[in-house]
Write a protein that binds this ligand. Structure first.
Ligand code: ASP
Length: 352
């Protein structure tokens, strides 16, 4: 029996590759029963931690992830917040960056680690990356700083030895073990022989403020990715989708778009109808600077706002989150331009 003072971690299994094992008789991949976690990952016994688990029933492939499941995760974390030092969420890799972004906005005043991880190979496969990811994620979730406070007070993704701010990540590889990157914000920690934390990069929550969970989302949003030759009718149809409230516009380079009159007119007409249009770049790395080229200026004049260096995952979940709270378009524009959980860097000169 472990003393109450030992570190405690709640493991939440939502589904995905990590939680599968090979049936030794049939060879088929089956969902893992987390009640038997210690049997399959005996290494966990070597932690002097109290590890409890919660399993989605049935587990879901992360392609089926929905705001209702994000709300369920927030409910579980809120309900157990005072009983655990940290939380590890096992999640399919396909939409992990969306979930991490959404949770970062939903868990206001978060002061404890919420670490998402998964794997490219199931935990029951010999060459799995799942065990390393799981074991290190648990260690990070339990880690304390010199003052005895949680080391990582934010929502992160830990994958292939790198800890990243969740709302800065993107899945970049469907094959290799290093499946995630945070292009516009440095890694928060590297796991080698030691886990090296970059404490100066973490969010600094006010520890006196209680966790404030949020649950509401409005999915009347769309991501519109530009390409040379995009048709007027296509853009017009998207901007006239019934009930549409916001658009993540994925533009070229540092935020540039065609200068055609019909295009600017359609955007202007949409912003005048109260639709928020946020400009982010299609490039994996770097930020939008609408003042830089004339093409960007036309967008500003049409009422499009800058998404700075936001990932698409973060921009779209933040819009759904803000819209879910019934804010008007002026307030949404203001908040899209203010970092809520370290998701954007407004200055182009980065002082990391
Ligand atoms: N399709 C799986 C999922 O995202 C892939 C994975 O787990 O890596 O749930």
């Amino acid at each position: 029996m472990l003393p109450n003072s030992c570190p405690s971690v709640l493991l939440i299994y939502t589904g995905g590759t990590i939680g599968m094992i090979e049936n030794p008789e049939t060879g088929a991949l089956e969902n893992f029963n987390f009640d038997h976690l210690l049997k399959h990952v005996p290494e966990l016994k070597r932690f002097n931690y109290r590890i409890s688990s919660y399993q989605f029933n049935p587990p879901i492939d992360s392609s089926d992830m929905e705001p209702a499941f994000w709300a369920k995760l927030v409910k579980i974390i809120h309900y157990n917040y005072n009983q655990f030092d940290g939380f590890v969420i096992l999640h399919g890799t396909d939409t992990m960056a969306y979930t991490a972004s959404a949770l970062s906005f939903m868990l206001e005043n978060l002061a404890k680690p919420v670490i998402l991880t998964g794997s490219q190979l199931p935990i029951g496969v010999l060459r799995t990356d799942g065990k390393e990811n799981l074991i290190t994620a648990i260690e990070i979730a339990a880690a304390k700083n010199e003052k005895g406070e949680p080391m990582v007070p934010e929502v992160c993704i830990f994958f292939e030895n790198i800890l990243m701010r969740g709302n800065r990540t993107t899945k970049i590889n469907a094959e290799n073990f290093n499946a995630f990157r945070s292009f516009n914000y440095p890694a928060l920690a590297h796991a080698g022989i030691h886990i090296k934390y970059e404490e100066h990069l973490f969010l600094k929550p006010d520890l006196a403020r209680p966790l404030k969970p949020h649950y509401l989302f409005d999915t009347n949003v769309v991501i519109l990715s530009l390409f040379p030759g995009i048709r007027e009718q296509t853009v017009s149809s998207i901007l006239h989708v019934e009930g549409l409230k916001a658009v993540v516009l994925r533009t070229f380079g540092s935020g540039n778009a065609p200068q055609k009159e019909w295009f600017i007119h359609l955007l202007k007409e949409a912003t005048e109808r109260g639709i928020t249009i946020v400009n982010i770049t299609q490039c994996a790395s770097g930020a939008v600077e609408m003042e830089r080229y004339e093409t960007g200026y036309h967008l500003l004049e049409a009422g499009v706002i800058s998404g700075y260096d936001s990932t698409p995952e973060s921009a779209v979940t933040k819009l759904m989150f803000l819209l879910g709270h019934g804010l008007d378009s002026e307030e949404i524009r203001k908040r899209m331009n203010t970092p809520l959980a370290g998701e954007i860097t407004k200055s182009t000169k980065k002082n990391f």
